[in-house]
Write a protein that binds this ligand. Structure first.
Ligand code: AHR
Length: 508
């Protein structure tokens, strides 16, 4: 029973009424067929010069009253270090294709001020540039994923930028980096050869984008021993033309990107982040699940040209996109983050993990204060969102070995949206333990999940009283993970999953 979740302490802190499951789902885990190791880069982040994603979110400057170390917020750095963020993609997004790296080096007071035409038309003073980003990545222990400008600069500019960052020679560019305060080269793990070439990255046609990739990738060099991976800009949503053209004609690259955003309704009328009806809970989860088809179809195209799976698929922008919060700056894409986002995160990560043979990276959009954020900040305050908590709970799957899981049970349906009530994922963690993730998509009904395993299991659960349960600056801890344990049903490990909940447990 749900009382098992944690007893009295839980009921005091968690606004979940005791719910007796009326539905049963059976899950079967086949530990005899391990799949491809889950790349830890599936849990990557995306940080664009957009709204308060960088400025105020990460960077407050050395003279700020907000506690900081060399200009980086201490609270944010600590929260991100806790997540073991594998990589951060920067500086965009659309911003990347109008970004000149030379604007962001040298003394800050002398850096040029530009207009951020994509995001609110605000001025960009370039106080956060190459040194600030690369040092930030190092500070949080993440790999750097640098998106090159292929839309509006020449390949020569990218080549120079990469030499500036990565060369250990006595070249003028390497010496300029040293003069600007960085002696050692930085490690650049990923370079994005453009972003959304089909849209803000140049409005190219697919065949042309493939040619552009060949050309820019040729000159996007770093020292061989660095092993930098080149990610070609691929398709989006149900447009597979760019994936096809890139795989067929795009030249040499190590990864292909795909972008997909989840909106509750349609893009021009997305729907609010909070205060939504159940129909939009259901449509959001259903639309999020569509990424399985997009990844699957892209993988089929990739298999045709790359049967040995040498090229990884990188879902380097994904997440929810709602109407921006009323009163927030137009173009800043600031939105609240609720239990619904936590479910989207869990369902999406489960999908990427199931495709671990092909999906080698993913970057949630975006890290702080933008779209489906991990963290929200307001001056000196910070809250961790439900999405942050899912990423935290899912850390056990970094580098894990997945097992096939079959689920039988009721569907959850609402209007036109229908999906399995229970979504489950299992993998052997790097520590040798078997981990299980369970999602109950139904916002009103608990479910008893009976497994084919024996023993006991303990972990954490994220749930709340409302579909839009969320944390605010006044109440930053309304929703957070709580301990969760298994029960037994007919000698088998079983879980009483409350409505609208995500759990991750270790089986002993
Ligand atoms: O994440 C916001 C924007 O969405 C990015 O800048 C762009 O790549 C995508 O269209």
């Amino acid at each position: 029973m749900i009382r098992k979740i944690l007893g009295a302490a839980l009921l005091l802190t968690l606004p979940v009424q005791a719910q007796s499951p009326t539905a049963v789902a059976n899950i079967t885990i086949d530990t005899s067929k391990p799949g491809a190791e889950i790349d830890r880069h599936l849990y990557g982040q995306f940080a664009e010069h957009l709204g308060h994603g960088i400025y105020e979110g990460v960077w407050v400057g050395e003279n700020s009253k907000i506690p900081n170390t060399h200009g980086y917020r201490n609270d944010v750095v600590a929260a991100l270090r806790h997540l073991h963020v594998p990589d951060v993609r920067w500086p965009g997004g659309c911003f990347a294709d109008l970004y000149n790296w030379r604007d962001g080096i040298g003394p800050r007071a002398k850096r040029p001020v530009r207009v951020n035409v994509h995001w609110g038309g605000v001025t960009e003073d370039n106080s956060f540039g190459t040194h600030e980003f690369m040092n930030f990545a190092e500070l949080i222990g993440a790999d750097a994923y640098v998106s090159l400008n292929v839309g509006s600069l020449a390949p020569y500019d990218s080549a120079q930028w990469l030499e500036y960052m990565t060369s250990d020679s006595k070249s003028s560019l390497a010496n300029e980096r040293r003069k600007n305060g960085r002696a050692k080269p930085w490690n650049v793990k990923f370079v994005g050869i453009g972003n959304e070439t089909w849209g803000c990255g140049g409005n190219m046609r697919a065949d042309n984008a493939a040619d552009v990739n060949r050309r820019y990738a040729t000159f996007a060099g770093t020292p061989r021993e660095m092993g930098t991976l080149k990610i070609a800009s691929g398709g989006h949503d149900d447009n597979f033309d760019f994936a096809e053209a890139m795989m067929r004609d795009g030249g040499k690259f190590d990864g292909l990107s795909v972008h997909y955003y989840t909106v509750p309704r349609v893009f021009r009328d997305k729907g609010p982040a909070t205060g939504f009806p159940e129909s939009e809970w259901a449509s959001t989860l259903s639309h999020a699940r569509h990424i399985d088809e997009i990844v699957g179809k892209t993988a089929v195209i990739m298999d045709k040209y790359d049967p040995d799976k040498k090229i990884g698929l990188y879902v380097d922008e994904w997440g929810t996109w709602y109407d921006q919060e009323p009163g927030s700056h137009p173009g800043f894409l600031y939105q609240q983050n609720t239990l619904r986002d936590a479910e989207v995160a869990a369902l999406s990560l489960n999908i990427f993990q199931r495709h671990s043979d092909r999906v080698k990276g993913a970057n949630v959009a975006q890290m702080i204060n933008v779209l489906q954020a991990m963290i929200l900040t307001d001056k000196d305050k910070m809250v961790l969102t439900p999405t942050y908590h899912v990423f935290d709970m899912y850390q056990v799957f970094m580098g894990a070995q997945p097992y096939p899981v079959s689920v039988s049970g009721k569907d959850y349906s609402q209007g036109d949206s229908r999906m399995p009530m229970v979504d489950a994922f299992a993998a052997r963690g790097k520590d040798g333990k078997l981990y299980l993730a369970i999602v109950n998509t139904d916002p009103s009904h608990a479910v008893q999940v009976v497994t084919n395993l024996t023993g006991s299991a303990h972990g954490r659960i994220l749930t709340g009283i409302a579909m839009d349960a969320h944390n605010t600056f006044d109440k930053p801890d309304m929703i957070h993970p709580l301990p969760f344990s298994s029960s037994t049903e007919g000698g088998k490990l079983s879980f009483d999953m409350p409505a609208k909940a995500v759990a991750v447990v270790a089986v002993e």
